[in-house]
Design a protein around this ligand. Structure first.
Ligand SMILES: CC(C)(COP(=O)(O)OP(=O)(O)OC[C@H]1O[C@@H](n2cnc3c(N)ncnc32)[C@H](O)[C@@H]1OP(=O)(O)O)[C@@H](O)C(=O)NCCC(=O)NCCS
Length: 163
Protein backbone atom coordinates (compact mmCIF):
# COMPACT_ATOMS: atom_id res chain seq x y z
CA UNK A 1 0.00 0.00 0.00
CA UNK A 2 2.82 2.42 0.86
CA UNK A 3 4.84 3.51 -2.14
CA UNK A 4 8.04 1.90 -0.88
CA UNK A 5 7.59 0.05 2.40
CA UNK A 6 10.73 -1.74 3.55
CA UNK A 7 12.68 -1.50 0.30
CA UNK A 8 14.16 -4.88 -0.58
CA UNK A 9 17.71 -3.51 -0.68
CA UNK A 10 17.49 -2.16 2.88
CA UNK A 11 19.36 -4.51 5.22
CA UNK A 12 18.78 -7.22 2.62
CA UNK A 13 15.37 -7.91 4.14
CA UNK A 14 13.04 -10.13 2.20
CA UNK A 15 9.69 -8.32 2.33
CA UNK A 16 7.81 -10.69 0.06
CA UNK A 17 5.46 -11.78 2.85
CA UNK A 18 4.53 -8.41 4.40
CA UNK A 19 0.89 -8.62 5.49
CA UNK A 20 -1.65 -7.63 8.13
CA UNK A 21 -3.52 -9.97 10.45
CA UNK A 22 -6.10 -9.42 13.18
CA UNK A 23 -4.38 -9.98 16.55
CA UNK A 24 -4.93 -13.49 17.91
CA UNK A 25 -3.80 -14.80 21.31
CA UNK A 26 -1.05 -16.80 19.60
CA UNK A 27 0.64 -13.52 18.60
CA UNK A 28 0.21 -11.76 21.95
CA UNK A 29 3.65 -12.68 23.38
CA UNK A 30 5.45 -11.33 20.30
CA UNK A 31 3.36 -8.16 20.44
CA UNK A 32 4.12 -7.63 24.15
CA UNK A 33 7.86 -7.97 23.48
CA UNK A 34 7.62 -5.16 20.93
CA UNK A 35 5.43 -3.05 23.22
CA UNK A 36 7.91 -3.38 26.10
CA UNK A 37 10.86 -2.54 23.87
CA UNK A 38 9.21 0.54 22.35
CA UNK A 39 7.76 2.47 25.33
CA UNK A 40 8.89 3.81 28.70
CA UNK A 41 5.33 3.19 29.92
CA UNK A 42 4.07 0.20 27.91
CA UNK A 43 0.56 -1.17 27.89
CA UNK A 44 0.22 -4.30 30.01
CA UNK A 45 -0.92 -7.74 28.91
CA UNK A 46 -4.22 -6.94 30.64
CA UNK A 47 -4.63 -3.76 28.57
CA UNK A 48 -4.36 -5.80 25.36
CA UNK A 49 -6.63 -8.58 26.63
CA UNK A 50 -9.22 -5.93 27.56
CA UNK A 51 -8.86 -4.29 24.14
CA UNK A 52 -9.46 -7.63 22.43
CA UNK A 53 -12.43 -8.39 24.67
CA UNK A 54 -13.89 -4.95 23.89
CA UNK A 55 -13.81 -5.72 20.18
CA UNK A 56 -11.25 -3.05 19.34
CA UNK A 57 -9.58 -3.36 15.97
CA UNK A 58 -6.06 -4.69 16.51
CA UNK A 59 -4.09 -5.34 13.35
CA UNK A 60 -0.58 -6.73 13.46
CA UNK A 61 1.90 -6.18 10.64
CA UNK A 62 3.93 -9.31 9.90
CA UNK A 63 6.75 -10.19 7.58
CA UNK A 64 6.33 -13.93 7.28
CA UNK A 65 5.99 -14.99 10.91
CA UNK A 66 7.82 -11.99 12.38
CA UNK A 67 5.77 -9.27 14.07
CA UNK A 68 6.99 -5.81 12.96
CA UNK A 69 4.26 -3.57 14.39
CA UNK A 70 0.59 -3.15 15.23
CA UNK A 71 -2.19 -0.67 15.83
CA UNK A 72 -5.20 -0.63 18.14
CA UNK A 73 -8.29 1.38 17.18
CA UNK A 74 -11.69 1.90 18.76
CA UNK A 75 -14.79 2.64 16.72
CA UNK A 76 -17.15 5.40 17.83
CA UNK A 77 -20.37 6.63 16.23
CA UNK A 78 -18.88 8.33 13.17
CA UNK A 79 -15.25 8.33 14.22
CA UNK A 80 -12.36 6.01 14.93
CA UNK A 81 -9.94 6.61 17.77
CA UNK A 82 -6.36 5.37 17.40
CA UNK A 83 -5.24 4.09 20.81
CA UNK A 84 -1.86 2.55 20.06
CA UNK A 85 0.47 2.39 17.05
CA UNK A 86 3.89 0.85 17.42
CA UNK A 87 6.74 -0.29 15.20
CA UNK A 88 9.41 -2.64 16.55
CA UNK A 89 12.51 -0.46 17.22
CA UNK A 90 14.68 -2.40 14.76
CA UNK A 91 12.18 -1.73 11.96
CA UNK A 92 11.51 1.95 12.60
CA UNK A 93 12.22 4.66 9.99
CA UNK A 94 11.37 2.43 7.07
CA UNK A 95 7.87 3.70 6.37
CA UNK A 96 5.99 1.07 8.39
CA UNK A 97 4.05 3.51 10.60
CA UNK A 98 2.94 5.24 7.41
CA UNK A 99 1.88 1.88 6.00
CA UNK A 100 -0.10 1.07 9.16
CA UNK A 101 -1.79 4.50 9.10
CA UNK A 102 -2.89 3.74 5.54
CA UNK A 103 -4.29 0.37 6.68
CA UNK A 104 -6.06 2.12 9.55
CA UNK A 105 -7.63 4.66 7.18
CA UNK A 106 -8.86 1.86 4.90
CA UNK A 107 -10.45 0.04 7.82
CA UNK A 108 -11.96 3.25 9.29
CA UNK A 109 -13.49 4.21 5.92
CA UNK A 110 -14.98 0.72 5.65
CA UNK A 111 -16.72 1.40 8.99
CA UNK A 112 -18.14 4.63 7.49
CA UNK A 113 -16.14 6.72 9.95
CA UNK A 114 -15.83 10.43 9.12
CA UNK A 115 -12.94 11.23 11.42
CA UNK A 116 -9.82 9.64 12.87
CA UNK A 117 -8.63 10.83 16.28
CA UNK A 118 -5.54 10.21 18.35
CA UNK A 119 -3.60 11.47 21.35
CA UNK A 120 0.18 11.77 21.40
CA UNK A 121 2.60 12.75 24.17
CA UNK A 122 3.75 16.35 23.94
CA UNK A 123 7.35 15.05 24.11
CA UNK A 124 6.91 12.52 21.26
CA UNK A 125 8.17 14.85 18.53
CA UNK A 126 8.82 12.04 16.07
CA UNK A 127 5.30 10.62 16.24
CA UNK A 128 3.77 14.13 16.09
CA UNK A 129 5.82 14.86 12.99
CA UNK A 130 4.73 11.61 11.30
CA UNK A 131 1.06 12.31 12.07
CA UNK A 132 1.36 15.87 10.72
CA UNK A 133 3.03 14.67 7.52
CA UNK A 134 0.21 12.15 7.15
CA UNK A 135 -2.36 14.97 7.37
CA UNK A 136 -3.46 15.00 11.00
CA UNK A 137 -4.10 18.41 12.52
CA UNK A 138 -3.72 19.46 16.11
CA UNK A 139 -7.16 20.12 17.60
CA UNK A 140 -6.52 20.35 21.33
CA UNK A 141 -4.75 18.94 24.33
CA UNK A 142 -5.49 16.87 27.39
CA UNK A 143 -3.67 17.91 30.53
CA UNK A 144 -1.80 15.21 32.51
CA UNK A 145 -3.16 12.48 30.24
CA UNK A 146 -0.20 10.09 30.31
CA UNK A 147 1.83 8.55 33.14
CA UNK A 148 5.40 9.88 33.27
CA UNK A 149 8.54 9.27 35.32
CA UNK A 150 8.69 9.89 39.09
CA UNK A 151 4.93 9.63 39.45
CA UNK A 152 4.45 12.69 37.25
CA UNK A 153 1.94 13.07 34.39
CA UNK A 154 2.43 14.35 30.84
CA UNK A 155 0.04 16.33 28.61
CA UNK A 156 -1.36 14.87 25.38
CA UNK A 157 -1.83 16.65 22.07
CA UNK A 158 -5.14 15.68 20.43
CA UNK A 159 -5.00 15.34 16.64
CA UNK A 160 -7.60 14.46 14.02
CA UNK A 161 -7.96 13.93 10.29
CA UNK A 162 -11.10 14.02 8.16
CA UNK A 163 -11.56 10.80 6.20
C1 LIG B 1 6.29 6.60 16.14
C2 LIG B 1 6.53 5.31 15.36
C3 LIG B 1 5.25 4.47 15.34
C4 LIG B 1 6.96 5.65 13.94
O1 LIG B 1 7.19 4.43 13.23
P1 LIG B 1 8.13 4.36 11.95
O2 LIG B 1 7.85 3.08 11.26
O3 LIG B 1 9.54 4.61 12.36
O4 LIG B 1 7.61 5.58 11.09
P2 LIG B 1 7.76 5.73 9.51
O5 LIG B 1 9.06 5.13 9.08
O6 LIG B 1 6.53 5.25 8.84
O7 LIG B 1 7.82 7.29 9.44
C5 LIG B 1 7.88 7.89 8.29
C6 LIG B 1 9.33 8.27 8.12
O8 LIG B 1 10.00 7.26 7.37
C7 LIG B 1 10.35 7.79 6.09
N1 LIG B 1 10.05 6.74 5.13
C8 LIG B 1 8.89 6.48 4.55
N2 LIG B 1 9.01 5.43 3.73
C9 LIG B 1 10.29 5.03 3.81
C10 LIG B 1 11.04 4.01 3.21
N3 LIG B 1 10.52 3.17 2.33
N4 LIG B 1 12.33 3.86 3.55
C11 LIG B 1 12.90 4.68 4.45
N5 LIG B 1 12.22 5.69 5.05
C12 LIG B 1 10.95 5.86 4.72
C13 LIG B 1 9.52 9.01 5.93
O9 LIG B 1 10.12 9.96 5.09
C14 LIG B 1 9.46 9.51 7.36
O10 LIG B 1 10.65 10.18 7.62
P3 LIG B 1 11.10 10.82 9.01
O11 LIG B 1 11.81 9.72 9.74
O12 LIG B 1 12.01 11.92 8.66
O13 LIG B 1 9.83 11.26 9.72
C15 LIG B 1 7.69 4.50 15.98
O14 LIG B 1 8.80 5.34 16.11
C16 LIG B 1 7.34 3.88 17.30
O15 LIG B 1 6.77 2.79 17.37
N6 LIG B 1 7.71 4.59 18.40
C17 LIG B 1 7.46 4.11 19.75
C18 LIG B 1 6.00 4.06 20.03
C19 LIG B 1 5.30 5.38 19.78
O16 LIG B 1 5.79 6.44 20.15
N7 LIG B 1 4.13 5.28 19.17
C20 LIG B 1 3.28 6.43 18.89
C21 LIG B 1 2.51 6.76 20.11
S1 LIG B 1 1.38 8.12 19.81
Amino acid sequence: MSAHPLPADQDNQDTSDLHFEILSLSRLEALLEVEQSAYSHPWTRGNFIDAMASGYQIQVLLNGDELLGYFVAMQGVDEVHLLNITVSPQYQRQGLAHLMLQALVLWARAQNAQWLWLEVRVSNARARDIYEKFGFQRVGERKRYYPADMGEREDAIVMSIKL
